[in-house]
Write a protein that binds this ligand. Structure first.
Ligand code: UFG
Length: 334
C-alpha cells in the first residue's frame, strides 16, 4: 500500500495506547502527521513518538471542543480511546459508559463544531455477542453481553445517527484480537493490569509470574480451549490507512471486520510461544472465565471488498516473535 498522506494531519484519539501508537507510527510512515489526543490515563507518553501530543480528556467537553478547534485542519479523526478491560466494565459500568459513550459524544460534537468530517472508529468483535454463526459477518445481529461491547455498540449507533443527520463520514473497524508489536521493538502492548493471553503467557515463559491459568479446557473445540482470531497490530494500523485512502475516494460510511479469518486456540498460542522463545509456558487448567465466548473469528471479505485491506503481518509466528522481541527487551530477558 503506497498511499501518500503528503503531510496531512490526522487526529489520533488514544494515540498513546497500544493500538494508537502503532497507528501513529504507520501514519507517519505514510507521510502524515499524527496528532495524539490522550488523557494518559492508560496510555504512555513515551509511546507518542511520531507527532505532537495534546493532553485531552474526552469526558471534559470544553477541553475536547478546544482541541478539535485547534486542529480543525486535520483530514480525519481516528478514535481509539476507551476503557477496554471487560471484567472492570461489569463491576464499574458507570465509569465505562462515561469514558466510552460520553467521551465519544463529546468528540463527535467537537468534530461537528470544528467541521472535522471524517472519523475512523475502533469498534470490536465484542459487539456481536454470543452466536454460533462463524465466521462472523458484519451483517450478523449485534447483541453484546459485556458492558464493554455495549458501550462500543452504543457509539456505533451514535456515529450512524451523526452520519445520517449531519453528514459525518465514517469507517467503523471491528477489531478482532489485537496482538504482536512493531518490528522496531519501540512500542508494544503495555496494559496495567495485563489481562490478555499473549503478554501473560510470555511473562510466564520468562519466569516473571509463576504459572499462568488457562481459563477453560472443556470447551467444544479440538483441544478444549477457546478460539480467537489474532490480528497483528500493524495490520490493524494498515487498515486505518486503507480507510483514509477510501475517504479520499469518496467512501462515506462502512462497518468492517478487521480480522484474519483464522481461528487459533489458547493452547496453540502457548505452543507457538514455546517454539519461538524456546521456553516452556507453565500453566494450570482453570475454570472458564466469565463472559468468554467459545470461538470468535472474522469473515474478512468485506474488508477486502470495501477497504482493499488484507492482513500481511498476522502469521502466528510473526505475532509471537514481535511480541517477544518487545517484551523480552522491556523485561531484560532473552
Ligand atoms: N486467557 C487465559 N488466561 C489468561 C488470559 C486469557 O486462558 O490469563 C484466555 C481467555 O479466557 C480467552 C483467550 O485467552 O479464551 C483470549 O483472551 P484475551 O483476554 O487475550 O482476549 P479476549 O478475546 O477476551 O479479548 C479481546 C480484546 C477485548 C475484546 C474481546 C472481544 O482484548 O478488548 O477480544 O471478544 F473485547
Amino acid at each position: 500500500m503506497n498511499y501518500d498522506l503528503k503531510g496531512a494531519k490526522i487526529i489520533v484519539v488514544g494515540g498513546a495506547g497500544y493500538i494508537g501508537s502503532h497507528v501513529c507510527k504507520t501514519i507517519a510512515g505514510h507521510g502524515g502527521v499524527p496528532v495524539t489526543f490522550d488523557n494518559l490515563g492508560s496510555g504512555h507518553e513515551h509511546a507518542v513518538q511520531w507527532g505532537p501530543l495534546e493532553v485531552v480528556d474526552l469526558r471534559d467537553k470544553s477541553q475536547t471542543l478546544t482541541a478539535c478547534e485547534k486542529h480543525k485542519d486535520a483530514i480525519s479523526v481516528v478514535h481509539l480511546a476507551s476503557s477496554i478491560e471487560v471484567g472492570i466494565g461489569e463491576k464499574a459500568p458507570a465509569e465505562f459508559y462515561e469514558n466510552n459513550v460520553v467521551g465519544a459524544l463529546n468528540l463527535l460534537d467537537g468534530m461537528r463544531a470544528a467541521k472535522l468530517n471524517n472519523l475512523i472508529f475502533s469498534s470490536t468483535c465484542a459487539t456481536y455477542g454470543e452466536t454460533d454463526q462463524m465466521p462472523l459477518l458484519e451483517s450478523q445481529i449485534q447483541n453484546p453481553f459485556s458492558t464493554y461491547g455495549k458501550t462500543k455498540l452504543a457509539i456505533e449507533h451514535m456515529i450512524q445517527s451523526y452520519h445520517k443527520a449531519y453528514g459525518l463520514n465514517y469507517v467503523t473497524l471491528r477489531y478482532f484480537n489485537a496482538s504482536g508489536a512493531d518490528e522496531s521493538g519501540l512500542i508494544g502492548e503495555e496494559h496495567d493490569p495485563e489481562t490478555h493471553l499473549i503478554p501473560i503467557a510470555l511473562a510466564a515463559a520468562a519466569g516473571l509470574r509463576g504459572k499462568m491459568k488457562i481459563f477453560g479446557t472443556d470447551y467444544d473445540t479440538p483441544d478444549g480451549t477457546c478460539i480467537r482470531d489474532y490480528i497483528h497490530v500493524n495490520d490493524i494500523a494498515d487498515a486505518h490507512i486503507c480507510a483514509l485512502e477510501k475517504f479520499e475516494a469518496g467512501l462515506t460510511a462502512a462497518e468492517v471486520n478487521i480480522g484474519t479469518g483464522k481461528g487459533v486456540s489458547n493452547l496453540e498460542i502457548l505452543k507457538m510461544i514455546e517454539t519461538v522463545t524456546g521456553l516452556p509456558v507453565p500453566y494450570d487448567d482453570a475454570p472458564r472465565r466469565d463472559g468468554d465466548l467459545t470461538r470468535l473469528y472474522a469473515d474478512p471479505q468485506r474488508a477486502k471488498d470495501v477497504l482493499e485491506f488484507t492482513a500481511r503481518h498476522s502469521g502466528l509466528k510473526n505475532i509471537i516473535q514481535t511480541a517477544w522481541h518487545f517484551h523480552s527487551a522491556k523485561w531484560n530477558v532473552n
